[in-house]
Design a protein around this ligand. Structure first.
Ligand code: SAM
Length: 267
């Protein structure tokens, strides 16, 4: 009897966790505008993450970003953060920029940017990138030393052109500049992980149940980024004269087993 009760309560706990994740699945730019205005949400929920995925992790995430965008450790650079959201990450970036004399530009919706404090060295572009900020891109093309779009690309792919997004972000780069398109969920990587022994162990620990995750390799994945999309982005930027790499996240980041980063360097 006790074990039936335990398994029913394990199953309820698993359902409630799944519900929490489902609530933030498949968000659009306009959904984020709505979340930003909802003051019943935590700062992590406003950017589409259940608290468990961000609370206590953002210092580690920022360290990983800094290791890849190492021009941030220089002085007097021009830095852009596309889709900064409103948790601690943009504040960490602002604080680093203040210490290093960088000028920072945030591009996000007016609703999201309203959640962030004003700083004299931060310019705000309240717009959806690249669709609604053509004049900003035109004016600043070739001038940014570091450009970040962290955990943004998968919200661009359904409905907007992912290649336009990356092309326009790369256009911003100054010579020797670096663009990090970080925290990209790759459905192919996810499948490889969940088909592995470590993935099965992770799934059981997450759900609290003894079932294996369902993985289907030969199925269409509309709206999802997969290996083909990642490799195509790399090939396209290389063909445009830039260095481009798919790089792993630090293994201690919360989604490192199924997300990776795209690093683009202007020679
Ligand atoms: C998941 S949150 C990530 C926030 C932050 N980069 C982080 O990792 O903590 C996605 C953010 O990107 C913004 N966003 C989504 N699409 C965008 C676009 N096309 N242009 C600018 N911002 C966008 C959303 O408003 C939201 O603030």
């Amino acid at each position: 009897m006790a074990s039936t009760e335990n398994s029913a309560s394990d199953s309820r706990a698993a359902d409630s966790r799944a519900d929490k994740f489902a609530r933030f699945a498949d968000l659009t730019y306009d959904d984020f505008r709505r979340l930003a205005r909802d003051d019943s949400l935590s700062r992590y929920e406003k950017i589409g993450f259940p608290d468990e995925y961000r609370r206590g992790f953002e210092t580690r995430i920022f360290k990983d970003i800094r290791a890849k965008l190492n021009l941030l450790d220089g002085r007097d650079k021009k830095v852009a953060d596309i889709g900064p959201g409103c948790s601690e990450l943009p504040l960490m970036m602002a604080s680093l920029c203040a210490r290093r004399g960088h000028r920072l530009t945030w591009v996000d919706s007016a609703e999201m940017l309203a959640q962030l404090p004003d700083f004299p060295f931060v310019a705000r572009i309240p717009a959806r990138f690249p669709l609604d900020c053509a004049s900003f891109i035109e004016q600043h093309a070739g001038s940014f030393h570091a450009v970040l779009a962290y955990s943004v690309l998968h919200y661009v792919m359904p409905g907007s052109d992912i290649f336009d997004f990356v092309d326009a972000a790369a256009r911003l780069l100054a010579p020797s500049g670096a663009l990090l398109i970080g925290d990209v969920p790759n459905i192919s990587m996810r499948k490889r992980f969940f088909a592995s022994e470590s993935g099965r162990r992770f799934h059981r620990a997450f759900t609290g149940q003894q079932t294996d995750p369902g993985v289907c390799f030969n199925a269409p994945e509309p709206g999802r980024i997969d290996d083909a999309v990642m490799m195509a982005l790399v090939m396209r930027q290389r063909a445009a004269g830039l260095h481009a790499y798919i790089v792993p996240q630090n293994g201690r980041l919360p989604m490192a087993n199924r997300r990776e980063d795209l690093l683009i360097l202007r020679p």
